[in-house]
Ligand binder design. Sequence first.
Ligand code: GDP
Length: 499
Amino acid sequence: KWSSSSTTPESADRLLGGLLSPDFDEATCLSRYEASRRWKQPSPFPVSPYLVERLRRYEANHRRCGPGTAQYQDAVAQHRSGRRHSAAADDRGECRYVVWLPIQGLGNRMLSLVSTFLYALLTGRVVLVDETPEMEGLFCEPFPGTSWLLPSDFPYKRGFSAESNESYVNMLKNGVVRHDGDGDAAGELPPYVYFHLEQIHLRLQNHTFCDEDHRVLDRFDWMILRSDSYFAVALFLVPAYRAELDMMFPAKGSVFHLLGRYLFHPGNRVWGIVERFYDGYLAAADERLGIQVRIVPQMAVPFEVMYEQIVRCTREHGLLPRVTNTSEPAGVRPSSSSAKVKAVLVVSLKREYYDKLHGVFYTNATAASGGGGGGGEEVVAVYQPSHDGDQHTEARAHNERALAEIYLLSFCDRVVTTAWSTFGYVAHALAGLRPWMLAPLDWDKMRADVACVRPASVEPCLHSPPPLVCRARQDDLDPVARVPFLRHCEDVPAGLKLF
Ligand code: GDP
């Protein structure tokens, strides 16, 4: 195994500034301490000592309450017997849980899982992950000496939706719980609450991020949560959590970058794909440019339109050189050993973008860059790891390739990503890179006026903000006008992102 000259094991901070616990066996999860060698160092965001302390505290609590412990058995027995708790705040169990159920593609899943973990940190809950067959072995265990996998005999895993009676918002509606006073109408609570945070027409439900509702939610020892969204942003809108969040994240725009690096470690099968591809194609290059092209069937941008936009973006921002016309003999220059090699990693379900870009740089020489840019020859080598054609979230091997490609993108020096794509968000946020984001198409003109934009931060976008008026009799508020570290997203105008 050989590594690129720019990142030596010695220079890399393998524990990522204290983010990672040193208490793991390396062989069971090769990526855990190896990924840090591949990311550009140092990270743009230092880790606050307070966050490190909170993570170690979380880990200790997870070991105390996790699967296999007496506490877990007790809590499950309570849950199973349907025994109700009284609504009094001091009747909470010793161990409290949030069960995460997966929905949507991998990018959405990673955004909602980081958000769920942040929620668990803030509320003293233990996160348990329902590892469905298509996710088996995708990620390593993130917490030492315990497991985050929901034991398979856990009874409630399927059939939850906005319509479920167990949903918090429906409990409110049906008078099972009350937001005011000390809890619920009958003086006792159901054994668990379902928290529905799936976007409905790009909104989360009302009463999901209001202080008074979080006080009620807090009384349930068991919460089952389903979300497709990066609702971590919405936690910053709940006054009760702000002081903690301020201490954990002095830089607000670092939440996914830090928690994603903490939580996600590709399993050994995925890491094998990453290492083989990185070492074989990318490591020796002088520079790596990632280009992620996400075409969704519901909004299928035609190939020519998207290709033109990619070329415009990479030209205008000096990401790729022009080529000379080799049909003229003058265009052929002898190659020189001093030429810089730029590896271009194309990541897409479709293969035509790779085909065309590869063809262009294979057939033609690059024009020496003039205009005071430092000049010099450049060899552009274009690669694509896989092209599965369509999304197949139900297939494990497909998800393994997807995760491998997210990590490969995150190891690039610069990345071009597609608007609206959570897959792209995860890659650049893990990297700590502000991407060049291909702007959404103006469908009337069949063109994006501006080819790509630079987002204000490396954070993912919450596409679906919750209403903030809660119970006030007034129009909804725009949180961006009230919270200094929030912006609307460059690609999703109503969306919110940390800055
Ligand atoms: P989003 O739909 O772009 O927001 O991202 P998601 O990750 O939530 O869902 C898209 C899914 O399609 C991914 O998880 C993959 O399963 C698949 N997919 C999309 N783009 C790519 C790609 O470039 N490479 C691979 N291997 N899979 C992809």
